[in-house]
Design a protein around this ligand. Structure first.
Ligand SMILES: CC(C)(COP(=O)(O)OP(=O)(O)OC[C@H]1O[C@@H](n2cnc3c(N)ncnc32)[C@H](O)[C@@H]1OP(=O)(O)O)[C@@H](O)C(=O)NCCC(=O)NCCS
Length: 380
């Protein structure tokens, strides 16, 4: 019998999980039993993290205690921030992030213990510190000094505050919070799988998260939001969209960034919400260019994909690009923002993985030559 090959691990179940359910035919995303479209604008990121980690939404007292725990961990060791000062000003923010996570391990008092209590301690620290070092890198590369976190602010509010130095409006904080909630968790996506596979060797949390950050950076995964904005910037106008899409699709393997998904066959529920956020921001700001261009791209892609009988719809990265643009972020910061959210999902998965581990060891079907006669160096 021919061995089965599932390229890209398509359709492979690696374990059971209690964290997240995705129905790609219905366009449904569930965090611990709650539909994302209900959670998105009703709960804060802190509540979602608590839900992902503890399995239940917190009550008031639990939420206050969790917020307090995180706020005491916001500050990143100066030595880690100082590494950013030694990087070239044009270093990719994801390279800087990966370096920061890796460096944090050496400043942790107990990085290698993968027992439940210790990894929960490290998880809180990473969730609290991702926004701090991401904002610090952005300021340092712009020749500005980092801003200390404000323990009185939420993760979303603090992130905006540490980037600009100004207290963010309630509206901007809310948009940031919704975007982070939508990006917090998504099952066995590539970076989460990488985190789990890395942890399955029983290496430390920092190594697993460094690997996850590396995986997220790719343009087929978290790097797509940056690629979407770069594409829109390159096209520059609504009129330029149709020729760009037609030209790209006419090339072998041509892809439009921000479209398509391994699991969803209908519209990604996160894209539905972000599309409305983008529409709202465009109306509020009076700068509708990026939203209009996105709508046009969706229209042309719908038509072209239907012609080819394909179900290729906008994914989470598509409308998050225009949302982040209207919030004023530079395009290469979009993927780091994704990581600021996804660290919570990565950690939820690491708790499961370390809690009931089996090393991940898939196989490849060898198709290379066999039985070759060896020749010593001088005879080759
Ligand atoms: C997300 C992604 C990697 C999923 O890949 P996948 O599950 O392996 O899907 P495939 O690459 O097998 O694509 C299936 C078909 O749809 C087409 N397709 C998929 N995404 C496409 C896109 N963004 N633009 C144009 N065509 C696309 C493929 O060309 C392929 O066509 P074919 O069967 O004629 O060869 C893929 O859709 C993609 O590259 N999207 C762009 C990057 C992106 O936005 N990533 C973020 C994901 S949240």
């Amino acid at each position: 019998m021919e061995p089965t090959i599932n390229r890209g691990l398509d359709g492979i179940n690696i374990d059971t999980s209690q964290i997240c359910s995705i129905d790609g035919m219905k366009g449904e995303l569930i965090y611990r039993g709650y539909d994302i479209s209900e959670l998105a604008d009703k709960v804060s990121l802190e509540e979602v993290i608590y839900l992902l980690w503890e399995g239940e939404l917190p009550d008031r007292q639990q939420l206050d205690a969790f917020r307090q725990e995180l706020s005491e961990l916001f500050t990143v060791p100066t030595e880690v921030i100082d590494i950013f000062r030694t990087l070239p000003k044009d270093a990719h923010p994801m390279h800087a992030m990966r370096t920061a996570v890796s460096a944090l391990a050496s400043f942790d008092e107990n990085p290698d213990d993968v027992g439940a209590a210790n990894i929960r301690r490290i998880g809180a620290k990473l969730v609290a510190q991702f926004p701090t070092f991401t904002a610090a890198f952005e300021r340092i590369r712009n020749g500005q000094e980092p801003i200390d976190p404000d323990p009185g602010l939420s993760i979303a509010g603090n992130f905006l505050f540490m980037l600009s130095g100004e207290r963010p409006s309630e509206a901007a904080t809310k948009v940031m919070d919704v975007a982070l909630v939508l990006h917090a968790e998504h099952g066995t996506n590539a970076s989460t799988f990488v985190a789990r596979a890395t942890a399955s060797t029983l290496t430390d949390v920092y190594s697993a998260i460094t690997a996850a950050v590396s995986s997220l950076k790719g343009p087929l995964h978290g790097g797509a939001n940056t690629a979407v904005m770069q594409t829109l910037e390159q096209i520059g106008s609504v009129e330029g969209i149709e020729p760009y899409v037609l030209d790209t699709l006419s090339q072998p393997g041509g892809r439009i960034m921000g479209f398509g998904h391994r699991v969803y066959r209908v519209l990604d529920p996160r894209a539905i919400i972000l599309k409305e956020v983008s529409r709202h921001l465009a109306q509020e700001s009076g700068d509708s260019k990026w939203f209009e261009m996105s709508l046009e791209m969706e229209r042309v892609m719908d038509r072209e994909m239907a012609r080819d009988g394909k179900q290729i719809k906008p994914n989470v990265d598509f409308f998050s690009a225009s949302v982040y643009r209207m919030l004023g972020f530079p395009s290469d910061m979009y993927t780091p923002i994704f990581a600021v959210a996804r660290i919570s999902g990565w950690m939820a998965h690491l708790y499961e993985q370390y809690g009931d581990n089996r090393i991940m060891r898939p196989r490849l079907i060898y198709e290379g030559p066999m039985g070759r006669a060896f020749k010593p160096l001088g005879e080759r």
